[in-house]
Design a protein. Sequence first.
Length: 294
Amino acid sequence: MSTARPEVHLRMLTADDAGWLTHLDRTSAGKLAERIGLQEPTLTSELFAGAWASEDQWGWAIMVDGEPAGFALVTDMASGDGRMHIRVAPTHRGRGVGREVLRQLADHHFKAHPNLQRLVGQAHEGNIPMQRAFNAAGFRMEARYRSAFEEPDGELADIWGYALTRAEWEAGRHQFDLDGYDLHGLRFVVEEVLEGSVTGSRGLTFTFWQEGRRVTATFWSRILSDGELAGVMSRDVVNYRYVQGWDRPAEGHTVIEGRGRARVQRAADGRLQIINEWADDDGRHGTTLLVEYR
């Protein structure tokens, strides 16, 4: 698969698209995305009659480098909340297609539908690439629907809800590229203690979540529990506060608070690294090297 940035554009669906649309809907559904349930004869008739080019709903073919690579359906626009259903073929994922599709949907529908106030979409809790696409396109995560999605094996999963408002679109939020890194959904482990005590660092693992410049993380190790941090990213630096539980054999469970500065950089092998300088409110401090875990 090519790593070059693809050329992405949207075109109106036609009746001739019904065959590959229904095939992609059927074959790309799975643990992280349920099948929409498109049926070729019905879809052909709807497209021929113009049902997917109305004030309430619209259908798009996602074209990547001149070839169909997915589809986007926008429904319920008459209500003021346009609901997006986006499906990109597996062979075209991971190249920034989703982000560009979201940006183009916003530009078209906010311009063409004056009564539209919000564009909304959802992502499975495990669909990190789609969450990152929403984040990169300026959509805010505004809801978490717990146990709302039934997976093929019967397990229930959470769904995250995202939205872009008309005011945010008018301000150009959807086109704003952050001048820092996107840590959302990435996991890091401590590879080296550069300074200070090694207490608690063995096996220390961080999982980050990011929306815009706001960064949160959970972390844990054999003796550290319930660790959480929250901060703001400016270019390659996150300044944060943290709180953690510490299980000490002699003293039992204690709670520690502190602050830190995490600088993000990219290693020669392409993985991200974080130089993490921390200090707790009791005077302990140290510096660790965190490395992205894949």
